[in-house]
Design a protein around this ligand. Structure first.
Ligand code: NDP
Ligand code: 8X3
Length: 252
């Protein structure tokens, strides 16, 4: 029987690329996201290679998440790898200019959504045991501060610490947990973050070499298929053309 990967946020970017990468290796796939038509298109692309089960799912809805896991069809129930990827940044303006609802949306998605899916799948992952893997998609923003990151970065700090803390409780179960923390990567992320500003998104990625969704999907697959005695606690990945900058100083 094939291994099963459960990928959230499979309709775009890292999640979509991960679906393709795991499919190449013959994994059965549970693919979720809110946009059903994109899930249908992805299923059509992959279904001649591997078994695919799609779920229109908003990770913020804990009851829907639990139902989706309870109702997994035969052949998809024994999830071996959970890719907790669904997430977003909003409102890149300074904190004092941002609408509270945007902060709530980031917390509800990146924090509450991620714990909803983790909680629903933990019993399965523990039953699978050795080699089972949770890949939580964090960010460099969870480690390093920068202007306009406010709640987004803080939500990714949660992802990091939650991942570490899970490792403590899962010790002895065989289940691995990794905080995969990418830097700048060209996906629809910036389009979402800027409220649909294609020019702003193009400008951010222009003239540099960002990570690609395929780069991150490759790392996800690598983490999921490491020998079972190895756990990457955190993998922070930047493009070579990204680094830190100097401290900012307010002057008269
Ligand atoms: P995309 O915008 O391309 O993809 C985001 C995915 O998340 C989409 O599939 C979207 O699906 C899904 N999603 C968003 N909100 C929800 C929700 N409430 N319920 C279910 N699914 C949801 O961005 P990326 O691929 O870049 O982002 C993937 C992850 O990587 C995010 O967690 C992001 O924070 C993180 N990240 C991104 C970086 C980058 O530079 N691109 C760098 C570091 C981390 P749908 O809208 O159909 O629901
Ligand atoms: C997204 C990467 O550099 O915009 O998590 O914070 S960055």
């Amino acid at each position: 029987m094939s291994d099963v990967a459960f990928i959230t946020g499979a309709t775009s970017g890292f999640g979509r690329a991960a679906a393709h990468r795991f499919a190449e290796a013959g994994w059965s796939l549970v693919l979720s996201g809110r946009r059903g038509e994109r899930l249908d298109a992805l299923e059509a692309e992959l279904a001649d290679k591997v078994a695919v089960h799609t779920i229109v799912l908003d990770v913020r809805d804990d009851e829907a998440v639990q139902r989706a896991v309870d109702d997994l069809p035969e052949g998809f129930k024994r999830v071996r790898t959970l890719v907790n990827n669904a997430g977003l940044a909003l409102a890149p303006q300074p904190a004092q200019k941002v609408a509270l609802k945007d902060w709530h949306t980031m917390i509800d998605t990146n924090v509450t959504g991620l714990v909803n899916v983790t909680h629903a799948l933990l019993p399965t992952l523990i039953e699978v045991g050795e080699g089972a893997t949770i890949i939580n998609v964090g960010s460099i923003a969870g480690q390093w501060p920068y202007p306009g990151s406010h709640v987004y970065g803080a939500s990714k700090s949660f992802v990091k610490q939650f991942s570490y803390n899970l490792r403590c409780d899962l010790l002895g179960t065989g289940v691995r947990v990794t905080d995969l923390a990418p830097g700048i990567a060209e996906t629809e992320f910036t389009l979402v973050r800027t409220g649909g500003d294609q020019t702003a998104s193009d400008n951010l990625y222009r003239g540099t070499t960002a990570l690609t969704a395929q780069d991150i999907a490759e790392q996800m697959f690598y983490i999921a298929t490491l020998p079972p005695h190895i756990n990457f606690n955190r993998l922070e990945v930047m493009p070579t053309r990204q680094a830190w900058s100097a401290f900012a100083i307010d002057r008269d």
